[in-house]
Design a protein around this ligand. Structure first.
Ligand SMILES: [Zn+2]
Ligand SMILES: [Zn+2]
Length: 318
């Protein structure tokens, strides 16, 4: 199994500005100054070894879209702007023109989770099959409205792929695309759903747009069981703790520190902080990750949990 992140921002796409790119170049050149790098290999090694991720790369700006690989057909969570890049990569791959089946699991219908679909090229091709799953009853209407006038020039009904909508029951685990799939209810304005995918003894949990509140501290908090022994937990950590329980309480998102606490309690192996705050620049996300790792060291020093901040293009093999 593998996971590939195509979009990781929350709420709104966030592109890098000219100033931000210039700052990266400037910091990189200043770091090179005292180095004696004669060959291309030495330069590449220096970039990997000595430049922070915020300088040598960046977290990307697409909204939520995560590929869960290793099953049958293609499995995606959410259709934020990252799904456009996924669709284009599919078309440019060896499998591009051949018929494929896509399984798209939706957390909910807020814009940042569906806005990429009108730019999902396979939806325009007659030989493609797309299944869209979720817990909300009005998914089909939302997709139609998003492409209706005056918002978009191509109506949903003009899409040539076979598109089938499925409303799932959160109480009933299902077998879809070679995975045992469980959908669960989450606290978020308008409601949202998380998913766990299990195959060949590996478990991935996708849980975004979820606000864990004080009941998260209770011993029988149901999310501990849902996250239990996950090989990878993708967790909504849009805010630092102070914001999540302060000015942004009831906004429907959670914090990095709560993510660590729940992951440790549930015996999760790897935690990816997800739905990153769109106003945060790469350096701020580097700091956020460092602070989160520091918190793990003080909170559970012997924990083997690995923590990352998800970024567009991150691939994790499980
Ligand atoms: Zn969102
Ligand atoms: Zn939302």
């Amino acid at each position: 199994m593998y996971v590939r992140f195509w979009g990781t921002r929350g709420s709104l796409p966030a592109s890098a500005t000219a100033r931000q790119i210039r700052e990266k170049i400037s910091r990189a050149i200043r770091s090179f100054r005292s180095q004696d790098l004669a060959t291309d290999e030495e330069i590449e090694a220096f970039i990997d070894r000595d430049l922070p991720f915020a300088v040598r790369g960046g977290y990307g700006g697409n909204t939520a879209c995560v590929e869960i690989g290793g099953g049958e057909g293609f499995v995606l969570c959410d259709a934020g702007t990252g799904i456009r890049d996924f669709g284009n990569a599919f078309l440019h791959s060896g499998k591009g023109g051949s018929p494929a089946v896509f399984h798209l699991f939706l957390s909910h219908l807020h814009w940042d989770h569906i806005q990429g679909f009108p730019f999902f090229t396979p939806a325009y091709l007659p030989n493609q099959e797309i299944h869209i799953y979720g817990g909300h009853a009005d998914i089909e209407q939302a997709f139609e409205r998003q492409q209706g006038p005056p918002f978009f020039p191509v109506p949903f009904r003009a899409l040539r792929a076979t598109i089938v909508f499925h409303t799932l029951d959160p109480e009933r685990p299902r077998r879809i695309a070679g995975f045992a799939v469980r959908m669960f209810r989450q606290k978020h304005p308008g409601g949202s759903y998380g998913y766990s995918f299990v195959r060949e003894g590996k478990k991935i949990v996708y849980s975004t747009d979820m606000e864990h509140r004080t009941e998260a501290g209770e011993e029988d908090y149901p999310f501990i069981d849902l996250f239990r022994d996950a090989d990878l937990l993708i967790f909504d950590a849009q805010y630092p703790l102070a914001d999540a329980i302060g000015s942004k309480e009831n906004w429907g998102h959670s914090s990095n520190l709560l993510g660590v606490e729940l992951a440790v309690r549930a015996g999760v192996k790897r935690l990816c902080l997800f739905h990153s705050e769109p106003t945060w620049e790469d350096e701020a996300l580097d700091r956020f990750l460092a602070e989160t790792r520091d918190y793990l060291k003080s909170h559970a020093p012997s924990s083997p949990l690995r923590i990352d901040v998800a970024y567009d293009g991150l691939e994790i093999a499980l």
